[in-house]
Design a protein around this ligand. Structure first.
Ligand SMILES: Cc1cc2nc3c(=O)[nH]c(=O)nc-3n(C[C@H](O)[C@H](O)[C@H](O)COP(=O)(O)OP(=O)(O)OC[C@H]3O[C@@H](n4cnc5c(N)ncnc54)[C@H](O)[C@@H]3O)c2cc1C
Length: 350
């Protein structure tokens, strides 16, 4: 069997790796538009523990972990006033050196006999193979947001276990973030309606608010967040993840639109889809059905995202009720009701 993969990002490389480990007689070729010396990753590098991501590659990614986050703090700016919701989540997210991880995967794939062609931007219809995998990432469109970021040096010691999100009532489409990559470095960015000026204002605000010393910028970049899978599920439509034309074309990662619309998180979607495809390469209906089952939660994320924009006060009230919660009690509803009865009944009223 010949498998051709368009795109050598996280989803494309992991598809090649998992497939190569699952099947014996398979030839895999990957095409990546960047030349190896210019290969880059644009991401805030927070790998969230959702869609089975820790279960699938937790151990594999361990050498590339830079930091572990245990708390999420939401900051809301409402008519000049600041409101906070602080949520404990011990197993929420690891910060990984994604470029190093992907370069490691490239080396590993090379040793396993997978051919990776760098500096080759391809169209799907020009590719040969029994199965062609579309792993080319996000596509601009109705359900796609822009994200920009800076990696900044500084002193993040006091906040190193915390991920900060910020939303302003007068611009609810924009989500700001601070992800500490360690004691001395952090990723700060925003998605939605973004501009460099807005990001700089946020950096100034958060450094004053948290009394952070922020220094030099070591990297900046931008990218797209394709959440068309969640949007179409929310609308009751089916997102096509495989097509039979000249070849069979299967989508993974952002190419399948698997970004979480609420947080802009997509690594776990890339990991899950690559893993599921490798297990179901010979039965793509199963790939499609399992992908849908494991991504059902995106519908709720879509509802919350839309509410943030169209009914900010309701979103705010709900998020403020989460203040002080330990997420370990949310895994099983009765535990949550027993631990936080007051919050539970207030939530029902929103
Ligand atoms: C600023 C920003 C911050 C983010 N932060 C986070 C975060 O903290 N946590 C998280 O989980 N997710 C985050 N995401 C989303 C996450 O980066 C993506 O969901 C993830 O990269 C998806 O992996 P992928 O392999 O599907 O796509 P990509 O990583 O985009 O890989 C696609 C690859 O295909 C190549 N390619 C594209 N077109 C072609 C072509 N025609 N021919 C050949 N090659 C091609 C590209 O060069 C690229 O290497 C962020 C995204 C952005 C933009």
């Amino acid at each position: 069997m010949n498998l051709t993969i368009a795109g050598g990002g996280l989803a494309g490389l992991l598809t090649a790796y998992f497939v190569k480990n699952n099947y014996e007689n398979i030839n895999i070729e990957v095409f990546e538009k960047f030349k190896l010396e210019r290969y880059r990753v644009d991401c805030a590098e927070g790998l969230a523990n959702q869609r089975d991501s820790f279960k699938i590659i937790g151990k594999f990614v361990k050498p590339f972990v830079m930091n572990r986050l245990k708390r999420i703090v939401w900051i809301f700016e409402v008519d000049g006033e600041i409101k906070i919701s602080s949520i404990m989540n011990r197993n929420f997210c690891i910060m990984i050196d994604r470029l190093k991880f992907q370069l490691f995967l490239i080396k590993k794939l090379h040793e396993m006999g997978v051919k990776i062609n760098f500096g080759e931007k391809v169209n799907l219809n020009e590719l040969e193979g029994d199965v062609v995998v579309d792993a080319r990432g996000s596509k601009p469109g109705k359900y796609c947001q822009i994200a920009i970021y800076k990696i900044l040096e500084g002193n993040f010691e006091n906040v190193k276990d915390t991920n900060f999100w910020m939303v302003k009532k007068d611009e609810p489409e924009t989500l700001y973030w601070l992800f500490p990559l360690g004691n001395k470095i952090a990723n700060l960015g925003c998605s939605g309606k973004v501009s460099k000026a807005k990001l700089n204002d946020f950096i100034k605000f958060i450094s004053d608010f948290l009394s952070l010393e922020i220094g030099r910028c070591t990297k900046n970049g931008a990218g797209l967040l394709d959440y068309s899978y969640a949007a179409m599920m929310y609308e009751g439509k089916e997102k096509e993840v495989f097509l039979k034309d000249k070849n069979v074309v299967v989508k993974v990662g952002d190419a399948a639109g698997l970004v979480d619309p609420l947080y802009g998180e997509g690594m776990s979607g890339a990991i899950l889809s690559a893993f599921l495809l490798s297990k179901n390469l010979k039965n793509l209906e199963d790939y499609k059905n399992l992908l849908k089952k494991k991504n059902e939660f995106l519908k709720d994320r879509m509802v919350a995202t839309l509410e943030r924009v169209s009914n900010f006060d309701s979103f705010l009230n709900f998020m403020l009720l989460l203040d002080g919660i330990d997420m370990k009690y949310t895994k099983f509803k009765p535990f949550f009701v027993l631990r936080y009865p007051g919050k539970f009944f207030k939530m029902l009223k929103i």
